[in-house]
Structure formats: C-alpha cells, structure tokens
Design a protein. Sequence first.
Length: 76
Amino acid sequence: MSVETMRELQAYGFYIMLIAMVVILYSYWFHLKKSEKTGRRDYEKYSNLALNDDLQDEILESVSTSSKDTNRSVKK
C-alpha cells in the first residue's frame, strides 16, 4: 500500500469520524432539550450543584428506596 493511498484512507476516516461525532453531539443535545421540555429533568438545578455543595444545602432529588434496592446486598 502506497503512502498516498494510506493518506487518502486517513482523510476519509477523518471525515467519517467527524460526521459521526457531530451526529452524536446533536442527538445528545436534542435528548437534553427534549427531556427538559417534557419536565423529566430540570438541568437548571444541576448547574448550581458545584456552587451549593455543602451538607446543609437543599437536596436536589430524593431517591426512593424500594424492596428491590434492599435485596441488592451481596450474600456471603
């Protein structure tokens, strides 16, 4: 395989990866906007998490414990 052929394959690979990364980025952005619009998550709350990280600060989300979660312990 000549150097020119390798460079040409490298260029094609670069553009394919570039397009794939752009598609992944925009699909992730669309997912974030859709989940915020439907009310499933409020990412505005999470943006202040780095500033409000004391133990006495307000909890963002409460996690409900169910019987399935208690049975996850490792049995010896």
